[in-house]
Design a protein around this ligand. Structure first.
Ligand code: 13P
Length: 255
């Protein structure tokens, strides 16, 4: 089975002091679990600080984005090697970046390849908008996003895929576990199986994201094809994020 995984995407939130105290508290509450990957995704300027705050624990660190080029005159951008020096993971293709900053399936693909090249695990985000779902296009959109993101990627080994329906992000209204499983098993896992074969595909952690809370997470991870969560708002609250991780660990039978 894929390894249970929960990542907290802090987005553009926290001050330096808040990042420090959130990470330090999480080191205490979730720092020494074994069977579940726990990942913090702070803003770029706090990566070093958060990394130091959780040092000595098995908590992983992720960036929220990166450029795909190695170096050069790209003011304001961050290169794969820079991220890899501080992080284990990198979130790629988040819908906020697709909607607001011109991220495309093609640029996501370039970033996925660049991340793997420097030893980062990409957390590849896919998800349809409400309009796309209402038009009956959810499955074809997700299939296109995932197959394009993985174009030319020949191994499933370090991949993590997050299904985040855009209409469920930050709305307080998550998808239903059944709807999420339809996409995650029926589209995402099926694409992974056709690309990499069943044994490798079934090892790829599939995360649900979109208004995940301590209450709603249980139903999602009770689905066999959902191995964890990509959490936004609730990852900024120590007790909520801790509870989400403990619930996922319990449902998946790990500690
Ligand atoms: P919320 O949990 O705040 O809905 O955000 C989800 C998300 O976008 C995580 O990447």
């Amino acid at each position: 089975m894929a390894r249970p995984t929960v990542a907290g995407n802090w987005k553009m939130n926290t001050s330096l002091a808040e990042a420090q105290s959130l990470a330090s508290a999480l080191k205490v509450s979730i720092g020494d679990m074994n069977g579940i990957s726990r990942v913090l995704c702070p803003p770029f300027p706090y990566l070093t600080l958060v990394r130091e705050a959780v040092a000595g624990s098995s908590i992983g660190i992720s960036a929220q984005n990166m450029n795909y080029q190695e170096k050069g005159a790209f003011t304001g951008e961050v290169a794969p090697n820079m991220v890899a020096e501080l992080c284990d993971y990198v979130i790629l293709g988040h819908s906020e970046r697709r909607a607001l900053y011109g991220e495309t399936d093609e640029s996501v693909n370039l970033k996925v390849e660049a991340a793997l090249k420097v030893g980062l695990k990409p957390i590849i985000c896919v998800g349809e908008t409400l309009a796309q779902r209402e038009a009956g296009a959810a499955e074809s959109i997700i299939e296109k996003q995932i197959t394009k993101a993985l174009d030319g990627v020949d191994k499933a080994g370090d991949l993590v895929v997050a299904y985040e329906p855009v209409w469920a992000i930050g709305t307080g209204v998550p998808a239903t576990p059944e709807l999420a499983a339809e996409i995650m098993e029926g589209v995402i896992q099926r694409c992974l199986i056709s690309l990499y074969g069943e044994p490798a595909a079934l090892e790829v952690p599939l995360l649900y994201g979109g208004s995940v809370t301590p209450d709603s997470v249980q139903g999602f991870v009770e689905q066999a094809c959902i191995h964890g969560a990509l959490v936004g708002g609730a990852s900024l609250k120590i007790d909520d994020f801790t509870q989400i991780i403990k619930t996922v660990a319990k449902v998946k039978g790990v500690s």
